[in-house]
Design a protein around this ligand. Sequence first.
Ligand code: DAT
Ligand code: MG
Length: 151
Amino acid sequence: GGLEQTYVMVKPDGVQRGLVGEIISRFEKKGFRLAGLKMFQCPEDLAKKHYEELQEKPFFPKLVKYITSGPVVCMAWEGPGVVASARKLIGSTNPLQAEPGTIRGDLAVAVGRNVIHGSDSVANGEREIGLWFGEAELCKWQPELTPWLLE
Ligand code: DAT
Ligand code: MG
């Protein structure tokens, strides 16, 4: 097995607001490794599959509409403990409850416009990367910087 991976996505509001660079930068600076990156217009069936655990929620139709309302930026990040760490960088689901210093805490005010997605478990990270990326879109590489970031 290689390093742990997580699926991170800048949602359509983040793309429209010009936050893509800022968001990528936070993960890069932390020291995680980018393994996949693309801009993508999500079709409805993929949005439903991605959020299938939430399909009984009253906000599900709005959520699908939001995610498909414009292009998203899809990312696969890898590193030790990246799933939990990315969730910390992202902050609480409701941006008003998210701590300052987190992406949602700094950049958003509404739960229905919370700018970014991050996988909530290692298993979901694998599942979501499989949903959003083809094998050929993922890059296995060893940055020259690795010995300065990982023991
Ligand atoms: P997260 O994105 O923090 O993993 P989640 O998986 O529980 O949160 O929900 C997915 C998205 O659905 C979330 O980013 C925004 C939306 N959502 C969640 N709870 C909501 C609610 N109570 N009202 C409206 N939208 C909600
Ligand atoms: Mg979630």
